[in-house]
Ligand binder design. Structure first.
Ligand code: HAM
Length: 438
């Protein structure tokens, strides 16, 4: 048997409602903040991620899916969305045809060669938002508020927003020299991984996951203490906006994030939920004022975030996120050869009118058809036998109440539409309280 690749997942019909429901919330909340969807290719030139995400990052060094196509081009399955979106903005010159900041959101699969575990896959999905072309700290504050509003809309309230600033380029360079100098005499006290990477990426040593309580790290100088005056002002304003927008946050001086493009604000949102296991970070993001220029574009200071969808779904297992039942409007039960052709035509015309209809393909007995139909959770059963065929009528049975009515075929469509509308009008689609599951 050929099986799925390690670290990938089938989203099978029983789970799809949950995904779709979550995707609805993605679209609804993005709309509230006036973000427009953008879709970019799943593979890109490898160079995009090498330059964009950074040669020395774990993602590019160890986790990308790289391959040569038949024309010998080096391509990479996208490990994240930000670099692709910036490429697209530059290539399509969106910055000159749309008002700035461009407010874009995206949703789709990403690929990283990581050790699969709960909440960590090799193919996973992200919902992200990017505001491109403004250095205003209000953008940082608003995006963090957007991320928390999205969680609220899902019913996830108990989260911690951790925030830090890496500062502008000048602050980053100053900090780089400071931390290198500090680490030099203490290298031997770092974990193996940090001993190896401290020279090329000393910033990452700060958020070492292996050795969190190592005094060398706890006492190390922090990026926040190397901020230029301008960077400090930016950070203070971001904090001011978070307060104004009612976002609870914690300053985490060790938060640096794993991608090279960040400047100024970096943030993560964590939830402490048993269903999440060790992967508590639902969302990560930050400002990347230099990425456009790194990719050959104009100056476009920007900020964004991404959520891991699989982690959100794990988090939702702890809450009452009700995807509703998959329902069909009616299940058609047909008896007799003649009625079968006419029955298929009735179903077809109801479908063309927008109703969700299904029926039996196995020429089962009436009992067998009812059994099949019940599994599909219909609102109505339509019973069409030889008698009904002869008289141009059909029996409509309410699947919940069992009440059955005989309806002329010519009135069937209107009857069903009216019945469904009166039973389900005013329903929000997420009902645990309307008269039926919709
Ligand atoms: P990231 O922190 O690498 O940032 O990923 C964002 C989120 O994607 C993580 O917090 C996590 O929820 C989810 N995630 C990452 N890797 C995996 C995985 N292997 N399996 C499951 N979920 C995963 C970025 O990707 C940046 N592009 C965020 C950003 C947008 N910064 C600015 N704009």
């Amino acid at each position: 048997m050929i099986t799925k690749i390690k670290g990938t997942q089938d989203i099978i019909p029983k789970d799809i409602r949950l995904w779709q429901k979550l995707e609805e919330v993605v679209r609804r909340v993005s709309k509230l903040y006036n973000y427009t969807e953008i879709r970019t290719p799943i593979f890109e030139a490898s160079e995009l991620f090498h330059r964009g995400v950074g040669e020395t990052t774990d993602i590019v060094k160890k986790e990308t899916y790289d391959f040569l196509d038949r024309g010998g081009r080096s391509l990479t399955l996208r490990p994240e969305g930000t670099a692709s979106i910036m490429r697209s903005v530059i290539e399509n010159k969106l910055y000159s045809s749309m008002p700035l900041p461009l407010k874009l959101f995206y949703y789709g699969p990403m690929f990283r060669y990581e050790r699969p575990q709960k909440g960590r896959q090799r193919q996973f999905h992200q919902f992200g938002a990017e505001a491109i072309g403004s250095d205003n700290p209000l953008v940082d504050g608003e995006l963090i508020a957007f991320a928390t509003t999205f969680l609220f809309a899902l019913g996830i309230r108990d989260v911690v927003v951790k925030i830090n600033s890496l500062g502008d380029q000048e602050s980053k360079e100053k900090y780089h020299s400071r931390i290198l100098e500090y680490l030099k005499p203490r290298i031997g006290e770092l974990c193996q991984d940090c001993q190896r990477r401290h020279l090329e990426n000393p910033l990452r040593v700060l958020d070492c996951k292996v050795d969190k309580d190592n005094p060398v790290l706890l006492e190390a100088p922090k990026p926040l203490d190397s901020l230029s005056d301008q960077a400090k002002q930016h950070f203070d304003k971001v904090i001011g906006y978070l307060k104004a927008l009612g976002v609870n946050y914690e300053i985490d001086k060790n938060l640096v994030r794993g991608l090279d493009y960040y400047t100024h604000t970096v943030f993560e949102i964590e939830a402490d939920l048993e269903t999440l296991g060790a992967q508590a970070t639902l969302c990560g993001g930050g400002r990347y004022d230099g990425l456009s220029e790194t990719l050959g574009g104009p100056k476009l200071p920007s900020m964004g975030f991404s959520f891991g969808i699989e982690r959100l779904l794990l988090a939702l297992e702890s809450f009452d996120f009700y995807p509703g039942l998959d329902r069909i409007d009616a299940y058609l039960i047909v008896l007799g050869d003649q009625a079968r052709f006419a029955g298929a035509a009735i179903a077809e015309s109801l479908r063309r009118g927008g109703l969700v209809i299904d029926y039996d393909y196995g020429e089962r007995s009436i009992k067998g058809q009812f059994n099949q139909g019940e599994k599909l959770n219909p609102r109505y059963f339509l019973i069409f036998g030889e008698d009904e065929y002869a008289s141009g009528a059909i029996n409509v049975k309410n699947a919940k109440t069992g009440v059955q009515e005989r309806i002329e075929l010519q009135d069937l469509y209107r009857h069903l539409v009216n019945a469904i509308q009166s039973a389900y009008s005013g329903c929000t689609g997420n009902c645990q309280n309307c008269e039926d599951d919709c």
